[in-house]
Design a protein around this ligand. Sequence first.
Ligand code: UFG
Length: 346
Amino acid sequence: MENSKYILVTGGAGYIGSHTVVELVNAGFEPVILDDFRNAKSFIIENIQTILGRKIELINAACQDENNLRTIFQKYKFQGVIHFAADKAVGESVKNPLKYYDNNLSGLVSILKMMEEFKTPSLVFSSSCSVYGNPSLPEGVHGVDETIKELDPESPYANTKLICEQIVQDWIASNPNSNATLLRYFNPIGAHKSGLIGELPQGIPNNLLPYITQTAVGIRKSLTVFGNDYSTADGTCIRDYIHVTDLAVAHVKAIDWLWNQNVGTVEIFNVGTGKGSSVLEVIDIFEKTTNQKLNWEFGPRREGDVQEIFANPAKIESNFGWKAQFDVEEAILDAWNWEIKRPKDA
Ligand code: UFG
């Protein structure tokens, strides 16, 4: 089969999606963005085009609009689909699980139906380390790897990611034309070096980095550190923070890797740095690298938080030849650069 350069990027105006579109173009692909802007802003598309110095194809529609999808799949002979479009707020998913089960599952199913109809070779699915829940690692084991069998998603959001992984597995088993990777992201932070695209939380941020940067610029009064009584060195939770550009590059590598695999292949990959940082360490790095003083205080634990999780990225490193290039300091600095530059009314 001819190697089409067209890649459909659902949710391509979102945080990880927009950075992936940039890296796809840098690698010679032709991304086509599908986004209905329910959780994204249109200026991001303009800024992607500014970074790249060229126009990017955009379709403003939901994944569930199958008639529309059919027209798009007919027009472009996609080599692959990178499926980001989904709801992703953990707390909201606890309050409104049906919204999550409805949107996240139906969006994926519609995309897979089209891939099947048009025999699209490759799928890269956006999953999450939250499928692991609170992993109990054997003594001496460093970082969670993909072989862990006891998956225990702690929220409806995380559960939708696990169910979607299973849907992809079942679909690939029945499908003689396609293959797939399931990328389990750890904690993406940072922004493009240009400061033109980055994370754009709607309302009060749920995630640590945007909460920190919004507090430092005065949008929020003070950061609450959720819990100081965990069994970690400083009592706060540990996460594997990965620069969003590193994560974006991993998607390009996944597309390349899949091109050289047999149909029927479906593989899970952790995408993380392999290094954990505590909440207090992140605050300390933020203050030192940006020269800002951050208002923060301890508060109670947040429901559903896992104590400590970081990746063992050996599998993705050996299969894709991918390794995180940026450390947490640089990612935090880029997040700050974006916070200073981004339009505040967006
Ligand atoms: N934290 C605070 N204060 C805050 C926000 C976060 O102390 O105001 C702490 C959390 O308790 C946690 C750490 O910072 O220890 C990181 O929290 P995030 O909310 O940034 O990220 P999570 O580790 O909770 O990530 C989860 C899932 C991801 C998912 C993400 C989406 O693991 O898969 O939520 O919100 F993408």
